[in-house]
Each structure stands twice: as C-alpha cells, then as structure tokens.
Design a protein around this ligand. Structure first.
Ligand SMILES: Cc1ncc(COP(=O)(O)O)c(C=O)c1O
Length: 418
C-alpha cells in the first residue's frame, strides 16, 4: 500500500532567520541596497509593455556596464554559472578547440563546460597566486590553432586578477579566436571594456559587483560572435533554456521563451540603475579605494595577504591564516559575536573578504576589520588591532587623487559611452 505523505512540521522563516542579520562580507552574495530589495518584491507580467520597457532599459544599462554597443545583451534566469554555460554552449561547437586559461576553480569550471558541449579544452595552467602570463598565452596561440579562449577577469576562489586581460584578449583576436570572459565578481568593480578589448562574450552574476540578487545573471555576445557562432549554427545547441537564439525572442523580439524571473529582473534593473547613477569611474574609484584601504588595514594588523600586489584581485581579498590559527574558528567567532560573515576558501588555508558593490562602504570596512582582528586574537593570533584600525582610517581619509593604483581611465569620463 502506498502511504500518503503527511503535512510536514515547518518552522516559519522569522524563527529561522536571525533577528540581527549578518553583514555579508564574504565572496558573495553581497548586501543589496533597499531599492534593489524593494524591486525584488514585485511580480508583474513577464510579457507586455511594462516588462518591455524594463527589458529595454536593462539592455541599455548592460551595454554601459559591459562597455559595448552590441545588440546581444541578455539576461538569464539562473546563477552566474548559467550565464557561463550559455556563453560556452552557444559559442563552442562540437570539436572546437578552446584554450582555457586556468588559474583557479572558476576558470576550470569553464574548461569543464567546454568538454561537456563536446569541444576540446586545452588547459593553460597558470602558476599559483599569479595572473596569466601574456607571453605564455602568445606561445600557446602561436603553436596551436584555437577557435576560442576562456579566462576569468578575477578568480574569486584564490583572489588572483588577470590584470593583462586587455592584452590577452587583443592577442587572441589577432589569432582569430573568440574571447569568452568571466567577469562574475569583477563587473562594475574595475575597468572592463568589451568592445575596446575585443571580447566576444562577457558573463556576470547578479550577486557580486552589481549588488543584486543571486540567480538572475547577465551576459553579452559581440555582434561577430553572434553572427559567426549563434545564427550561422546548423545543428541545435545542447541546452533548450540556454539557447541564445531562443533567448533572443524574449530579449529582442518581445515574445516568449520561458517565463522570465520578473522580480529578479526588476532587482537587476535597479542595481544597474544605481551603477549608472554612480557612474563607472566613480564606482571603480570607490571599489579600489575601499579595497586598498582594507588591505592596508589588514597588513597593519600584522596579517599577510595571499597574492602579491601585481597579481592581486581587489574585488575579493585573500588573507593568509597564521599557522597557529584555525580559519574556521575565526569565521565562527566573527559571525556569532560580531555578526559579520566572511568566507573560507576552496581547500586553501585562507580567509576571503569581499569588496564588491555595497561591501565597499567605509562603515562596513571598519566593522569588518575590527571583527576580523578581534576574532583572530580570540583564536590565538598575535595582532596589533589599534594599528590596523588606525591605518584603515588614515587610508580612507586620503584625498582621491592620492590613491596608489588609480589609472587615468578610472579618473576620467572617457569610459562612459556616447
Ligand atoms: C569568478 C566566478 N565565476 C563564476 C561564479 C559562479 O557563479 P554562481 O555561483 O552564481 O553560479 C562565481 C561565483 O562565485 C565566481 O566568483
């Protein structure tokens, strides 16, 4: 006899969720602004004039954050990995050979996705804690003919930044390769110029630099990639939901593909609008200034950063846990006592603090640095907490032009499209 399933005993969310929410200072998701949260609480029809207007604006603002004039900016109902899979499954065809530049967990995920769509990934493994070396990439491109390359701008997993992304993308273009870039944690936190650098697909998630919700993502295809790989395709792509030509029906033809995640798209709209209000140069400056201030504070505490400065990602900071200290004990203490949550890492004995979107605000830096220092001391580390806090304050009060790594492009308005 088949038994009926009884009503489960369920605890209401207000009992599960803490009265005082944790300040999310880990590797994502990140805190969202009230306007994004408010937009996320609305459900409207996924088709029709109101949604069409929202979609048009998301695409227009997407073109701004990606720095592209491409007409193939689209969202995807799914995590950053779905946007990654959408880019790869539409641009990599069976037997295409792809150079996968790997310096961590997420760049390896792209290589795996290439093989799942029956492409041939060739992994260029980058040395630990270093960015991809342009000469090594050039050598690989000269030796073998590739159809595409994949790489991350920022490896959230180990806090390495491929700072020469622009040079690598241009090189790949010269060798006739499509360029697929994961900007999940970096988009709107540091410069990325899709058209200028010759990138064919940029992938991002909502829950990191954009300070929107997880599960609704954004990507852009270049016109070249669209024409050569999406519309010219003769056999069907493997995924129905991720088929870019089907998605184009919703994103460019005002018709139905699947029922779009309207609330998440409204949240994404608001998150993008706040980027436009702030402007990219100001946003890049805020992220860099806050991240460098926090890095200086961490070092003044007496802790060591994982990655040397020339290879270091600013959007997520990796901190070496002193040998006598347990990273888990530090994280638990920070959450329980200070109500601040930071991340561990993928098998590495490090702690990671995010500097993406709303995380990069002075009040969050003070609270996080204090929580980190005090929790490290509780866990047995010998640190100078007042020195760290003083250095953070000193760095944050520096006038804008003195910030060490500001580039011209980040200070002038030329990155804003016409
Ligand atoms: C660089 C990078 N790529 C891809 C992803 C995957 O995003 P998601 O977890 O939303 O699928 C992440 C998430 O942490 C990431 O940091």
């Amino acid at each position: 006899m088949i038994e009926t399933v009884g009503v489960p005993h369920v605890v209401p969310l207000e009992i599960i969720l803490p009265d005082e929410p944790l300040l999310m200072m880990g590797a994502g998701p990140v805190p969202i602004p009230p306007r994004v949260a408010a937009a996320n609480s609305i459900v409207i029809n996924h088709l029709g004039e109101t949604m069409n207007k929202v979609i048009e604006q998301i695409k227009e603002m997407g073109r701004y954050v990606f720095q592209t004039t491409s007409s193939h900016v689209m969202g995807v109902g799914g995590p950053g990995s779905a946007a990654m899979e959408m880019a790869i499954s539409n641009l990599v065809h069976p037997d295409d050979r792809v150079l996968c530049i790997c310096n961590g967990y997420f760049s390896h995920r792209m290589a795996e996705m290439v093989s799942r769509v029956r492409g041939e990934p060739v992994v260029l493994q980058v040395a630990n804690n270093e960015q991809a070396d342009v000469e090594a990439v050039e050598k690989a491109l000269r030796t073998t003919k590739f159809d595409a390359i994949t790489l991350v701008q920022g490896e959230t997993s180990n806090t390495v930044c491929n700072r020469d992304l622009d040079r690598i993308a241009r090189l790949a273009k010269e060798h006739g390769c499509l360029v697929i870039v994961d900007a999940v944690c970096t988009l709107s936190t540091m410069p990325l110029e899709m058209d200028q650098w010759g990138i064919d697909a940029v992938i991002t998630g909502g829950q990191k630099g954009l300070s929107s919700i997880p599960g609704v993502s954004l990507l852009a295809f270049s016109d070249k990639a669209w024409n050569e790989k999406v519309t010219a395709r003769t056999e069907m792509p493997f995924h129905w939901c991720l088929d870019a030509q089907l998605a184009d029906k919703f994103w460019n033809q005002k018709s139905y593909h699947y029922t779009a995640p309207v609330s998440g798209l409204l949240a994404l709209h608001e998150a993008l609008r706040l980027v436009c209000v702030e402007t990219l140069p100001n946003r890049f400056y805020r992220h860099l200034h806050c991240s460098e201030a926090l890095q200086a504070g961490i070092e003044a505490l007496g802790l060591q950063l994982l990655v040397p400065k020339q290879h270091r990602l600013n959007s997520v900071i990796g901190i070496v846990t002193p040998s006598q200290v347990s990273a888990d004990v530090v994280r638990t203490h920070m959450s329980r006592v200070h109500r601040v949550e930071i991340s561990g890492a993928f098998g590495l004995n490090i702690l990671r603090i995010g500097q993406m979107g709303e995380q990069s605000r002075a009040h969050n830096l003070f609270r996080t640095l204090h929580a980190l220092g005090a929790s490290m001391q509780t866990a047995g580390a010998d640190l100078d907490l007042p020195a760290g806090m003083a250095e953070l304050e000193r760095f944050l009060s520096q006038p804008r032009s003195n910030s060490s790594s500001m580039t011209r492009a980040m200070l002038c308005d030329t990155v804003i499209p016409a």
